[in-house]
Design a protein around this ligand. Structure first.
Ligand code: SF4
Ligand SMILES: [Zn+2]
Length: 300
């Protein structure tokens, strides 16, 4: 007697099952059971995401935006696995404030999974959802996200932390090794959150202390001495100058159809990129450069 009806569409064919039953090599077994396809994602060139601001190129974004292209990114399976573990840790840390920062210290919006409404801003709710009555545990942390058209940037902040009478940003990073000093691109990212969110009027119901934030590295490997390491970050003019210039180049380039200059590193390597990591706009960019074109021309 069959108690559970097998799904005829997803049932593994007998021959495939027989094949799998004879596989014992862990790698082969993994590739058949887990799957290892790369993930392809596409994004419009409408905003430069602050998490990538340090490395993205304003010229690429201007060309991409004006030609209404999308930015294709392929994430390999090994990288996806690492990213997924990082996302799982972010989720755990944000939704268990009592485990790290303190329940009354982590602020944000809270999203009710039962009804799909965003609840009030504040500390993790202990009461049922005011919209649908679902238990408090149905509410999850919702990162503060922003999009600033006049600066051409977008981002979302991991945690808003109450420190005494101030509210500061925390950027969580996961790592597989002990971090002895903050990583440059992480400092740029957190500094950019502090700098740009000053212009997000009405985005948050409280004032953020934009003079100081925290980079908190959580070690994914067992480390008795330093499972978590925290660094202070204070945005400096020297650090922010090129970032602000990049955001201006993008916004003004789009508004006036003018092309920012190519990166000197791209010119010096004659626009050569490794196949695994090409610039999506390299063909258009190099053509404009060699033809000395300064203004974007719509292709007819
Ligand atoms: S080829 Fe280099 S300069 Fe040109 S758009 Fe790409 S990254 Fe920018
Ligand atoms: Zn609800």
């Amino acid at each position: 007697m069959r108690f559970i009806r097998a799904d005829p569409v997803t049932e593994t064919p007998k021959s495939a099952r027989e094949f799998l039953d004879n596989v014992s090599d862990p790698r082969t077994l993994t590739s058949h059971i887990v799957g290892s396809k790369p993930r392809v994602q596409r994004r419009a060139y409408d905003f430069m995401h602050i998490s990538q601001l340090d490395e993205v190129c304003a010229r690429e974004y201007v060309i991409g935006n004006l030609s209404q292209a999308t930015r294709k990114e392929t994430v390999s399976f090994p990288l996806q696995t690492v990213f997924n573990m990082g996302s799982a840790m972010h989720y755990w840390i944000q939704n268990h404030p009592e485990a790290y920062f303190g329940r009354d210290k982590v602020l944000g919006y809270w999203f009710c999974l039962a009804c799909g409404n965003t609840r009030r801003f504040g500390v993790q709710p202990a009461d049922p959802c005011e919209f649908c009555g679902a238990a408090a545990r149905a509410s999850i942390y919702k990162e503060y996200s922003f999009r600033l058209k006049e600066h051409g940037v977008a981002g979302s902040v991991d945690i808003i932390l109450k420190v005494g009478s101030k509210y500061r940003f925390v950027d969580i990073k996961t790592t597989a090794k002990e971090v002895l000093s903050p990583i440059g691109s992480n400092v740029v990212q957190l500094s950019s959150y502090m700098y740009f969110t000053q212009f997000d009027k009405g985005g948050l119901p409280l004032k953020i202390d934009s003079s100081l934030g925290y980079l908190v590295y959580f070690n994914k490997m067992f480390n008795f001495k330093s499972p978590v390491t925290t660094f202070k970050v204070q945005p400096t003019d020297r650090l922010m100058k090129p970032i602000i210039a990049k955001s201006r180049q993008f916004v003004e380039g789009v508004a006036n159809s003018t092309l920012p200059d190519p990166k000197p590193s791209c010119i010096s390597k004659n626009f050569y990129f490794a196949k695994s990591n090409p610039c999506p706009m390299v063909a258009e960019c190099s053509t404009y450069f060699f033809e000395n074109v300064k203004k974007f021309k719509k292709s007819s």
